[in-house]
Design a protein around this ligand. Structure first.
Ligand code: NAP
Length: 246
């Protein structure tokens, strides 16, 4: 599906939640989903960035988005419940969830890895996507064609030196995806998959590879076709898979 061509109205009438929607790949995904007709719920920790994306979507005349400010590092069970309740009362269902927010942590040997950074990375990259997906599952059951996407990485499929908690969190996300997909297959219309963006020109990539010429990497807006595929109706039969965006 690398050459997937989305139709302009692919996501019409769909309500899709994107985490980390204020910057990088999440911002590009939110804008792209809105341009294809979706009502996008923008979740992130920096309200100003979310508001800028909101304004861009509105200025383009696309469906009015919603904003949920949330720090995934320390969000409580009550906050996740409140999010599900507010989506339920505003939209009555959820058709798509893109778990995209993530942090890099340290690029250092396991021998030197700081335990507090380890906890932080596992919390944001793995536990938070679990908590969010769990809290909105009943809302996704109300959709005829719901899609959950988790964000993986090349180092979530093969461990590599100095990637520490980041790599482990991405292995975990692949495991969470496979487990949930297997649980839901045959008894639910919710499909569950991973996407690996590949090297993409964002703040995270720059932090991980400071010496790299960033211009050689595609911009987030250039890698959206697989995201659109997974969030739209054409991937209906796909579940338990880990796709590459590039
Ligand atoms: P990015 O530019 O650093 O953006 C990360 C986003 O996550 C930002 O919107 C950030 O919000 C948000 N975020 C971070 N911590 C958060 C928290 N505690 N609570 C809520 N939101 C939080 O990264 P990116 O490159 O777009 O990465 C997006 C996803 O792709 C990540 O899961 C990453 O692991 C994965 N990935 C990226 C690449 C790549 O080459 N870029 C390659 C493989 C996988 P703020 O802006 O407010 O900080």
């Amino acid at each position: 599906m690398q050459n997937y061509q989305p139709t302009p109205d692919l996501l019409n009438e769909r309500v899709i939640l994107v985490t980390g929607a204020g910057a990088g790949i999440g911002k590009a995904a939110a804008l792209s989903f809105a341009r294809h007709g979706a009502t996008v719920i923008l979740l992130g920790r920096t309200t100003k960035k979310l508001e800028a994306v909101y304004d861009e979507i509105e200025a383009e005349g696309n469906p009015k988005p919603a904003i949920i400010p949330l720090n995934l590092e320390n969000a409580s069970a009550d906050q996740y419940k409140a999010i599900a309740d507010s989506i339920d009362s505003e939209f009555g269902r959820l058709d798509g969830l893109l778990n995209n927010a993530g942090i890099l942590g340290q690029r250092t040997p396991i021998a030197n890895y700081k335990p507090d950074v380890w906890q932080q990375v596992l919390q944001v990259n793995l536990t938070a996507p679990f908590l969010l997906a769990q809290s909105v599952l009943p809302l996704m059951e109300k959709s005829d064609d719901a899609s959950i996407v988790f964000t993986s990485s090349g180092v979530g499929r093969k461990g590599r030196a100095f990637w520490g908690a980041y790599a482990v969190s991405k292995f975990g996300i692949e495991g969470l995806m496979q487990t949930l997909a297997d649980e839901l297959e045959g008894i639910s219309s919710i499909r569950v998959n991973c996407i690996n963006p590949g090297a993409t020109r964002t703040a995270m990539r720059e932090k991980a590879f400071p010496a790299e010429n960033m211009e050689n990497n595609p911009a987030p807006a250039d890698i959206m076709s697989q995201y659109l595929y997974l969030l739209g109706p054409d991937s209906k039969v796909i579940t338990g898979q880990s796709l590459d965006a590039q």
